[in-house]
Design a protein around this ligand. Structure first.
Ligand SMILES: O=C(O)CCC(=O)C(=O)O
Length: 257
């Protein structure tokens, strides 16, 4: 697996061009930051659900849910500002969230900067928080590159970004599974999809790479690569997640979740 431990214009373009499989920045979220936010995040997760599966709770309506129903699409747009404020000003009150740090860093390293994607002229939700507990997993899946909700954007690549705030100990599951091949034909993928989401793990070969994140790590990978989350046997897995929509180097990166 080709991994870079640096977030830079060079590592991002290598990932986009398929010359790199993963950007992994260790300890991107300092433990002191998560210690402040952790009790508030746990309380917010206790109050949250996720429509596509009961395997996890999600703070914020995600674009994955919005793509699946008109009702969720409406909620996605209507709740974006309030959820952004909840995450930034309440859950991470007093500290800078790792996603706000990332947005500032991407704005510096990418030639045309980075910003939150707009839908109908309004910023969408730039990140969500997800929590898995023992028994939870994520089916192998890809994240479709373009979405009607972000209709004004035509992305060349969609990069998945996850900051692992808390993960089970090594051997406790919650690993990120990655399959080598990129799915370019999304229609063919949709035809193979399960009713809920993603693909049947049993229909696939074993993943090409299984990576156990450490607390605080930031991972970025191409979201058109099939990826999943191995079931947790213990502990908790709490992540902050977003996507980077990539057009070209002459356009800003667009963040959404
Ligand atoms: O939490 C992870 O490691 C992967 C999450 C995921 O499935 C995604 O980013 O689409």
């Amino acid at each position: 697996m080709r991994v870079s431990e640096h977030l830079s214009f060079g590592s991002l373009t290598s990932l986009i061009d398929g010359e790199l499989d993963l950007i992994r920045c260790r300890a991107y979220c300092p433990p002191e930051t998560y210690a402040v936010a952790r009790p508030r995040i746990q309380a917010a997760c206790d109050l949250s659900t996720y429509t596509l599966t009961q395997d996890l709770q999600c703070v914020g309506v995600s674009i994955g849910e919005a793509n699946e129903s008109a009702e969720k699409a409406k909620q996605y747009v209507a709740e974006a500002a309030a959820t952004t404020a909840l995450i930034r000003e309440t859950l991470f009150a007093g500290v800078v969230s790792p996603m706000d740090r990332l947005l500032a860093q991407l704005d510096d390293v990418w030639p045309r900067g980075a910003g939150i994607a707009l839908s109908g002229g309004e910023p969408v939700l730039p990140n969500v928080i997800r929590r898995w507990t023992a028994g939870g997993q994520a089916n192998p899946h890809i994240d479709q590159r373009n979405s009607e909700i972000l209709g004004d954007y035509v992305f060349r690549r969609r990069l998945g970004v996850n900051v692992y705030l808390e993960v089970p100990p090594e051997g406790g599951g919650g690993d990120l599974e990655l399959w080598d091949a990129l799915v370019e034909d999304e229609l063919e993928y949709r035809a193979r999809r399960r009713r809920d989401y993603g693909l049947n793990r049993a229909d696939l070969d074993a993943p090409d790479w299984v990576v156990h994140p450490s607390d605080g790590d930031l991972f970025i990978f191409d979201a058109s690569r099939v990826h999943g989350v191995r079931a947790l046997s213990r502990g908790r897995r709490v992540t902050m997640a977003c996507f980077l929509g990539v057009r070209g180097t002459e356009d800003p990166l667009a963040l959404f979740a």
